[in-house]
Structure formats: C-alpha cells, structure tokens
Design a protein around this ligand. Structure first.
Ligand code: DOR
Ligand code: ZN
Length: 344
C-alpha cells in the first residue's frame, strides 16, 4: 500500500504548554489532528473552568491563520476542587474531562492528589454530570518499583474505583503494560485507554542503548518487550476501548539532557506517521482509522470528523532538533527516517 486515506484523526492526550513554546509546537498537531484533549499540567495548573476558557483562547490565538484545530479542555483535579466546578465544567461546553495526577508523579504534578479517596465526592459529581475522569495511572509510593507503578495503581486504586463508580467514564492514559491492556479489555466500555506511539515503538532497552538516553525518558516508563507486544495487540485489535493519545510532551533540550532530566517525549511532528509504522508492521493498517479517528470521539460522545487526511508511504528524515521558543527541542526519531509522510 502506498497511500492511506483516513477520516481525520484526533489526539486524545496532548501537552501544548503555553506562551511562545506552545506556538512552536501547536502547528505540528494542527496539521494532523482536528481536535486534541489538552492536558492541564501548566504552572499553575488549570483547575477552574475560567482558567480553561482563558487557556483555550490562548491556544486559538496561537494557531496560524488558515489552520483549523479544536482544543478540548480539561481540568486538573485537586483535593480542594469545589464540587460546583464539575457542574460548571459540564455546562461550559469547552471542558471535556478532569485529569487525575497523583501528587509528584510527573511534570508539574506537585499540585496533584495525595489520597485518591478524598476525591470520591468529586468522582460522584463527575459520574452524575457524565464528565470523564482521565488518569495518570501510577502510584507514587516510593517502596514500589518504578516499573511496577502502573500495575499496582490498577490493583490498589483503579479496580476499586471502577467498582464504586460504574457510571463514570474513565480513561487510563498512556498505558504501558499487559496488565493495563487486560484490565481495560475486561472491564465494561466506560473504561478506556489511550496508547502512545512511543510505548508502541520502544521497549525499555531504548533508555540504555550504548549509554543513557534521556530522550526516551517518559512517564510511565517504557516497559519490557512483552508489554510493548501486548500494547500492539490492544491498539490493533479493533476494540473501541483503545484509542490514540500521543502524550506528546515537549521539553527543552537542556531540561532533558540534565543530571535530573524531565520526563516527556515529543512526537507531534510525526505522530500519525509513527502510528502508521506500528500498524503496518503488525499487518493491521486497516485498523488504524478506527483507532485514530473513531474510537476516541465515540467514547467522548463527540461527532466523528468528516474530512480526511492522506498518508503516503515515502520516507523522510526528521530534523535533529526543532526550535522551541528561545530553546531547542529534540523530537522523537531525531535525525532518522520515518516511513510514512503526510500527503502535500
Ligand atoms: O512523560 C511524561 N511527560 N509523562 C507525563 O505524565 C507528563 C508529561 C509532561 O507533561 O511532560
Ligand atoms: Zn501526559
């Protein structure tokens, strides 16, 4: 196959940041995706509908003229969020979900939740107003091995949550393990998962190939090959509970290449093309459209896009770095080939 035409996809998990760095990365996403779920982990985090509305305006302002893109806003869950904010979020029409970060799990998550049970009243309000809960599904318990944090989160927190709130739509974001894929497959359709291109393409060896590779450091961490294989099976299965979410998370080069480097992989510049590589290698290109363009809007109860996007099987070389405001950023596949490209 040399051409692949799909209904235009959406990205159901994206970090856009803010200010001039947002302006630097936004066109990469808008060229490929009609909409994206925008993560709220700014500093300070987006915790109110008013802040989400202002952030949405800044995103639209930063969009180059002639480009179409719809930011789907989220609120950052806090233990002190007033219950009334949930009804406000629903009524706003611009906030599509609330994001749970365990405190100190990842970038700017010092504002996250220390005890998930304290949020149960908020989850009840979300269930009542039918607002999805998005989860960074890792425990931060320092006694738990970093590679086990997702599996333990599912056992300790997600399983009880699914029992307690059978009507709450939930997305386990950026899943990395066979345990997560199995859990989502075995629970009812109100529980879904996003899968990133990097967790489909790499296992944890990538972090240590002939040296320490900070540009492969993300959270949750890359896992063993058997887990990557389980994610490929899930993504290409046609099961509507799995959909595309890049978790494209830009950081300046100096913040990654550091004694204490930031977690996050930038993939927006080649996101759909990289997913196409994975699906092609799995002999499942015919499953890409549903994963990228149907399952997400169906879960979020939004209309599917109407226009299309075409990929061409023609190699191109990713730049070794991209400009990122006053800094530079090292994209996924920097200086190497990607098999698919967007049609002109
Ligand atoms: O690798 C990650 N980067 N994981 C996250 O959960 C957050 C993200 C970021 O914001 O940089
Ligand atoms: Zn993320």
């Amino acid at each position: 196959m040399t051409h692949l035409t799909l209904i235009r996809p959406d990205d159901w998990h994206l970090h856009l940041r803010d200010g001039d760095i947002m302006a630097a990365v936004l066109p990469d996403t808008a060229r490929r995706f009609a909409r994206a779920i925008i993560m709220p982990n700014l500093k300070p985090p987006v915790t109110t509908v008013e802040q989400a509305r202002a952030y949405r305006e800044r995103i639209l302002q930063a969009l180059p003229t002639g480009m179409q893109f719809e930011p789907l806003m989220t609120l950052h869950l806090t233990e002190t969020m007033p219950l009334t904010e949930i009804a406000k979020a629903k009524a706003s029409g611009i906030v599509h979900a609330v994001k749970y970060y365990p405190a100190d799990a990842t970038t700017n998550s010092e504002f996250g939740v220390t005890d998930i049970r304290r949020c149960y009243p908020l989850f009840a309000a979300m269930e009542q107003h039918d607002i999805p809960l998005l989860m960074h599904g890792e425990v931060t318990d320092p006694t738990v091995d970093v590679f086990d944090r997702e599996a333990i989160f599912i056992e300790r927190h997600l399983a009880p949550l699914v029992q307690a709130f059978p009507g709450l739509r939930m997305v386990l974001e950026h899943i990395t393990t066979s345990a997560a894929a199995a859990f989502v497959r075995e629970t009812p359709n109100n529980v879904a998962a996003t899968i990133t291109p990097h967790h489909l393409l790499f296992n944890r060896n990538a972090l240590f190939e002939k040296g320490l590779r900070p540009h492969y450091y993300c959270l949750p961490l890359l896992k063993r090959e058997e887990h990557r294989q389980a994610l490929i099976v899930a993504a290409t299965s046609g099961n509507p509970s799995f959909f595309l979410g890049t978790d494209s998370a830009p950081h300046p080069r100096h913040a990654k290449e550091s004694a204490c480097g930031c977690a996050g992989i930038y993939s927006a510049h080649a996101a759909l093309e990289l997913y196409a590589e994975v699906f092609e290698q799995a002999g499942a290109l015919d499953k890409l459209e549903a994963f990228a363009s149907f399952h997400g809007p169906d879960f979020y109860q939004l209309p599917r896009n109407r226009d299309t996007l075409t990929l061409v099987r023609k190699e191109w070389t990713v730049a070794s770095e991209l400009s990122y405001g006053a800094d530079m950023l090292v994209p996924l596949r920097a200086g190497a080939e990607v098999a698919w490209r967007l049609a002109e």
